[in-house]
Design a protein around this ligand. Structure first.
Ligand code: ADP
Ligand code: ZN
Length: 714
């Protein structure tokens, strides 16, 4: 066996199992005299002699492991294609000798031979491992000549993936707007230096950011360097991916969650072989094995889907910046509503800000008006869903054959089932939230948990007190769509939310119907606010701007501002000007006011003041620790122990420890959750303190989630 390179895959023993690992340091040496012989494990098999993961990607993954305080294995696993275990599998089969053997084997060896005799084509080793037969047992049988191994590659032809044409020149002979030209020149000059730098491209909705990306990509490709484009969710924002596909043909690989594991992994190999020079993908594509990287674009950089909410809890946008630094690439973060973090980085000069304030062809931004729902309720009662002005506006669009988007960032028919006798609501048995009512077929209604998906038929009586008077409260997108269908029976109404897009391809179908004009009114959650470009949408209605404001999250105002600005930006993208109508109980809240004026600068200034006063990011760094337990008290006690260790280090590390306190969702999927926050200016010392505290309580390790730079703190 020769020495595998850094980034190569090897099979190694781990406890009783054998697992695939990545070589991170082939030059490491052991002091053989000081290491007990039984601690030294041998590599079972070398799968690649050469690097499977390119060295820069190994570096990036190790940086992720360190920065986000997760295991190197977790970070490396995020960087390899998900099916790599199935790609090159070892198959064990019985030899002729093994078949004929009558001599008595015992225990596991006997089990293994019997299993293999029943499998004429052999069995994958990992599958046997899972059934409790270790690789060791198989190896011993192989040593006796009873079992043989072979390696099977299951790769399909990657070129059958159906890429139609090869076009290598960006689509349009369009004349760029002045702002587009200026942005392109600045970015092109930065790309030409082949040095690391970060630009924040802050362009209002409809200012034509995609066109700038395409032309910049063309220049970078012209220098022989490759391009990585990160987008929030391709199913919902197919426009950027297809623009790249159209412009650069089969030089583009698209990576997203809608692909099957096999397709995704085939793409990965195409990228690895340098068959493509442009990758468009969601968060995990930040680890794409592209060589000679010249440009990384993060479109809609403020989008929360760049943050992975499970281990490794990395933010794809921030990892992209680190990757650009490591590989001397230009990084472009694009958004109409930049995150506070990126905007602050631009304000202090770490990033360069480029602004595009006007829409292409001088189309005006939508005129936004606010409806004070307190007055609507006073005049028409508390049941009002659509205010008078919004109803009139919808009627006008239907008459004119134009389209409307109606946003409510809350799913379901009713948001709570309330008992008039005991005052309780029906809660999820696993989570500390109330169940949401959904229509299921015509008259059947089911109450469902939006966190764990638990569901029951809506009961006739209160489960707690048996009282017969159950009342439904609150409403979500289902109710809004019903109401609209009742008010305008001839309107073609569709709904876009997580419930309607469960089936693969469903989102694309709805968006396509919208694009071809076979939907008049599209009701939906934040999904309808993503970067869609429907020229016939002239009205955007926001049923309640207040949904996110009540959340116990310091980013509530930022999310509200972004959502309202983005959704208003969907109106008036064609020839006809657009209008947005925003219903709210808080017409004077700054996030709503600034969004209505589409004044990012003013919002940023106000929000920064609030973050400063409260010592929240981006003016301080935050770490969120969530301690889980099967009982509330146990979770809190463990969290208090950890907080104690942390406080002992806080002075030296210059950070503050807050909590423990029950998390806003105090019970989730049957587990109780207690929360500790660390706030300070020096992330490394906070991270060290957390790892130190956990080292002192090793058995807690598995019950604690460490979230560095958290995006959601619920
Ligand atoms: P953004 O992403 O900034 O919201 P888009 O990139 O979606 O904006 O562009 C908005 C619309 O304007 C798209 O339909 C796009 O094709 C069109 N467009 C972009 N640049 C130009 C231009 N220079 N001339 C004419 N139309 C343009
Ligand atoms: Zn639940």
């Amino acid at each position: 066996m020769s020495m595998p390179e850094r980034g190569a895959r090897v099979v190694v023993p781990l406890g009783k199992r054998s697992v695939t690992g990545i070589v991170v340091d082939p030059t490491a040496t052991l002091n053989l005299e000081e290491t007990p012989a039984d601690k030294i494990k041998h590599i079972i098999d070398v799968l690649d002699e050469e690097a499977f993961l390119p060295a820069p990607v190994v570096d990036l993954a190790l940086w992720v492991a360190e920065y986000y305080a997760c295991g190197a294995g977790d970070a490396l696993a995020a960087a390899v294609p998900s099916t790599q275990a199935h790609k090159t599998i070892r198959i064990a089969s019985v030899t002729a000798q093994g078949h004929d053997l009558t001599l008595s084997l015992r225990g596991r060896q006997k089990e293994a031979i019997e299993a293999l005799r029943g499998a004429p084509h052999g069995l994958p080793v990992p599958q046997m491992n899972e059934a409790g037969i270790s690789t060791d047992v198989l190896q011993r049988l192989a040593d006796k000549g009873l079992v043989a191994f072979r390696r099977e590659r299951t790769e399909r032809d990657p070129f059958t993936s159906g890429v139609a044409s090869v076009r290598t020149i960006p689509s349009s002979g369009r004349v760029l707007t002045d702002e587009q030209s200026r942005a392109l020149e600045a970015l092109g000059a930065a790309a030409a230096t082949e040095q690391f730098s970060v630009f924040l491209l802050q362009g209002v909705t409809g200012s034509g950011k995609t066109e700038v990306y395409l032309r910049l990509a063309e220049r970078v490709l012209g220098r022989g360097r490759s391009v990585l484009v990160l987008v929030p969710e391709i199913a919902l924002t197919p426009a950027v991916a297809s623009a790249f596909r159209e412009a650069f043909g089969d030089r583009v690989a698209v990576q997203h969650s809608g692909l099957s594991d096999g397709e995704r992994s085939d793409q990965w190999y195409r990228i690895r072989r340098a068959d493509v020079s442009v990758v468009v993908g969601t968060r995990s594509a930040v680890f794409a094995p592209l060589g000679n990287l010249g440009l990384i674009i993060v479109d809609e950089e403020h989008d929360t889907s760049f943050k992975q909410e499970e281990t490794p809890r990395y933010n794809g946008r921030d990892v992209a910046v680190m990757r650009g630094r490591n590989e001397h690439a230009l990084v472009v973060l694009g958004s109409a509503t930049p995150s506070l973090e990126s905007s602050q980085n631009a304000a202090v000069g770490r990033y360069s800000r480029l602004v595009m304030e006007r829409r292409v062809q001088d189309r005006p931004l939508a005129a936004v008006s606010v409806v004070d729902m307190r007055q609507e309720y006073a005049a028409h009662g508390p049941e009002v869903i659509l205010s008078g002005p919004l109803k009139n506006a919808i009627t006008k669009r239907l008459d004119a054959g134009q389209q409307s988007l109606i946003l409510l960032n809350r799913r379901g028919l009713a948001t709570a089932v309330f008992c008039r006798q005991c005052g309780g609501t029906i809660e999820c048995p696993n989570c500390s939230v109330s169940l949401i009512v959904h229509a299921e077929g015509r008259d059947r209604h089911r109450a469902r948990c939006h966190y764990c998906n638990y569901g029951v038929l809506v009961p006739k009586a209160c489960p707690a007190c048996k009282g017969p008077y159950l009342e439904r409260r609150g409403f979500g997108t289902e109710k809004v769509a019903q109401e609209i269908a009742e008010l305008w029976p001839r309107a073609r109404v569709a709904r876009l939310d997580r419930d309607t897009v469960r089936r693969r391809g469903a989102a694309a179908d709805i968006l396509r119907s919208m694009a071809v004009g076979s939907i008049d009114v599209l009701v939906g959650t934040q999904m309808i606010a993503k970067g869609h470009d429907f020229p016939r949408v002239t009205l955007v209605g926001v049923v309640s701007a207040d949904v996110g404001l009540g959340l116990a999250d310091f980013r509530a105002a930022e999310r509200t501002f972004q959502l309202l600005t983005q959704v208003a930006g969907r109106a008036g993208r064609g020839v006809e000007p657009g209008e947005a109508i925003v219903q709210t109980l808080y017409p004077h809240h700054y996030s709503i006011g600034h969004a209505c004026r589409q004044d990012y600068g003013a919002f940023f200034a106000d929000e920064l003041k609030y973050r400063q006063a409260m010592r929240y990011p981006p003016l301080t760094s935050l770490v969120n620790l969530v301690v889980k337990g099967t009982e509330a008290r146990a979770a809190m006690t463990d969290a208090a122990t950890l907080a104690g260790h942390l406080r002992n280090n806080a002075d030296a590390g210059h950070f503050a420890v807050l909590g423990p306190a029950p998390a806003p969702v105090a019970r989730l999927r049957g587990e109780y959750r207690a929360q500790i926050f660390l706030k300070g200016s020096h992330r490394a010392s906070m991270r060290e303190a957390v790892l130190g505290a956990l080292a002192a309580e090793p058995e807690m390790r598995r019950r604690v989630a460490i979230d560095i730079d958290p995006v959601s703190i619920l």
